[in-house]
Design a protein. Structure first.
Length: 134
């Protein structure tokens, strides 16, 4: 937020002046978010990955791993750029079919491994979840 923007801060959107704190590094003011604005925040997560998570949860699926779990050392999970989605086989197949149209970097389920939309040699360990990365 520039100093000009800070001077035009809509104080009516803050419950009190304690909701606006100075950023000691830049001198800018940081505004607390109200519930309606907070509902659409997804932090530093890639919007495509966040959309896939929302879609999976909307289907009743579970997000098992984002940046943790039992993954290879070079996994995109460690960079927060991959999720593993769990659920029933029918739900997982439905999610996998939907996810193909979102152009993920990697999409793995059972014996199908797509990298940037192209089939590559499958790897094991994905019989009970879908791996989705950007």
């Amino acid at each position: 937020m520039s100093n000009d923007q800070a001077s035009r801060l809509d104080w009516s959107r803050c419950t009190d002046r304690r909701d606006v704190q100075p950023d000691m590094r830049s001198g800018a003011l940081l505004e607390a978010l109200l519930a309606d604005r907070l509902a659409v925040v997804h932090g530093g997560m890639n919007p495509q990955l966040f959309n896939a998570m929302e879609h999976a949860v909307g289907m009743g699926l579970n997000i098992h791993w984002i940046s943790s779990g039992p993954h290879y050392p070079n996994s995109r999970h460690w960079a927060g750029r991959a999720i593993d989605v769990g659920g029933s086989p029918a739900q997982l197949q439905q999610f996998f079919d939907w996810a193909k149209g979102t152009n993920p970097h990697e999409l793995i389920y059972k014996n199908t491994f797509l990298r940037d939309g192209r089939a590559v040699h499958p790897i094991g360990g994905h019989e009970d979840h879908v791996h989705y990365s950007v």
